[in-house]
Design a protein around this ligand. Sequence first.
Ligand code: ACO
Length: 330
Amino acid sequence: MSVRQTATVQTCYARLSGTGHFLPATTLTNAELEQRVDTTDSWIRERTGIQTRHIASTDESVVTMGTEAAKRALDAAGLGAADLDLIVMATTSADRAFPSAACEVQHALGVTDIPAFDVAAACSGFIFALSVAEKYIISGAAKHVLVIGSDTLSRLCRPDDRNTIVLFGDGAGAAVLSAADSPGILSTHIYSAGEFASLLGADHPNRDDEALQQEAWLYMRGREVFKVAVEKLASLVEDTLSFHDMTAQELDWLIPHQANFRIIQATAKKLGLPLEQVVMTLAETGNTSAASVPIALDWAIRDGRIQRGQTLLLEAFGGGFAWGSALIRY
Ligand code: ACO
């Protein structure tokens, strides 16, 4: 059972009014990783498609990156922070357990007395946050909602673990959703399956136990994650299109979570969509977790590939497992 937008007669829609992203200036290339762990540039390229990634410096965090991405999204929407009714932030790597990263971003943006909260769904966080934000708008409870995906997963990877350190980068992406009388977000579909927790996760490193602290790094059984991801994403995109009686030919762009080129390729193949219609930032960003989809979205909007009126399919899969899609008329 998934959570979906119901197909009742709708009078209010949520429209993407602006997007933005932020990537730290510091990069970490495959060649540099060759010096740190037993890996090669060709292994990383062939197995993942990643060439480099951006790494947050000590004075950067999910909050500072999220705030920058948010400012760019607000600028693009022609709005100020004072126009916002709600902030929903997707992250699983905030420096603090609380206050929420969303509250810290709210403060950094100079607004107060509007709700701000975090959503935790790992790499699918942005899609889950978008789904929540959309419900506030279509119910009439909010007019403008800021949705952010921001993560520093590079910090959760054990520095000598070649299985994970080559995959993850840091960054943030944001979108402003605004009430409109035409779509907008056509539907969101979100799913979770907690029984897969042993395949992918990261424990809180601040537990009062030294042994646990040593093991508080991101763990991943990559091959098994890969298999489930390909399977779930295939049925996800099929379900999303059949919910609207649509075919993949009606899509202009697929904007997938940037985890692995081979997973993206498998999903595009399932849809029968040529790779020219798939937005990929993977080579430059690696897997930025909750930031990955909004970074790719904003990237292709800013370089002019995505145009107003086009139909976009956003999808993501990650820890939880949690996975989801958003079908959008941009
Ligand atoms: N460099 C060189 N060799 C490596 C490296 C590395 N960085 N990492 C692993 N290897 C080795 C393995 O040890 C293994 O060696 P062995 O055969 O001697 O045991 C060999 O390469 C093959 O390993 P596999 O894990 O089978 O390689 P695979 O082709 O599956 O690729 C990868 C690994 C890239 C991790 C892939 O499985 C993958 O992308 N999985 C999905 C990850 C994902 O999508 N995560 C998304 C969610 S993340 C989130 O939610 C936070």
